[in-house]
Ligand binder design. Structure first.
Ligand code: ADP
Length: 161
């Protein structure tokens, strides 16, 4: 049984994230999408909200599950018996950060591989940032994220007024 974790902020989850997860299941028997509790970013959704949305949109995906974690990513990987950490890569701008993170993770835990999947052609332009920005300006990002996320965005921005 080859298990991989796919960690991220998922603030909120997008079709691009789901594409990476689905493709990762071609390589691994089980893919655990894992919401990182405290990324060094300003978040729109709480951990509970991000996890609820992730669970809702992965419910029908075979071999994909969702959870959250609060420790070092490699420690979480080891805890769940994963042999790899999956990440997605968009244009060059993602490379530096992903490369550096992979080096740090390899230093801490050399037995866990970092597997980077290139952005799918139809998904490369999608980002959680764009989703949040569009929603904040009153336009539903229906091309970027599933209906349950759109509903959560509407509710969030309605609350904020
Ligand atoms: P993080 O804060 O860890 O970067 P994100 O939720 O922004 O969390 O992204 C999680 C992972 O998904 C990252 O590896 C990111 O590069 C990848 N990713 C995000 N959007 C895309 C996309 N459009 N195509 C491919 N990979 C993506």
């Amino acid at each position: 049984m080859r298990i991989a974790i796919y960690p991220g902020s998922f603030d909120p989850v997008t079709y691009a994230h789901l594409d990476i997860a689905r493709r990762a299941t071609r390589i691994f028997d089980r893919v655990i999408m894992a919401v990182f509790d405290r990324p060094q970013k300003r978040l729109l959704f709480s951990t509970e909200e991000r996890l609820r949305l992730l669970r809702a949109v992965t419910a029908d995906m075979a071999n994909v599950e969702a959870t959250s974690y609060e420790m070092l990513t490699v420690e979480f990987a080891r805890q769940v018996g994963a042999c790899a950490i999956v990440r997605g890569l968009r244009a060059g701008s993602d490379f530096e950060a992903e490369f550096q993170m992979a080096q740090v993770n390899q230093t801490i835990e050399p037995s866990i591989e970092v597997v980077v999947l290139m952005a799918g052609r139809q998904y490369a332009h999608i980002s959680s940032t764009a989703v949040r920005e569009m929603a904040s300006l009153g336009r539903d990002p229906v091309e970027f994220t599933p209906p349950v996320v759109i509903a959560a965005l509407r509710e969030k921005f309605a609350q904020r007024g």
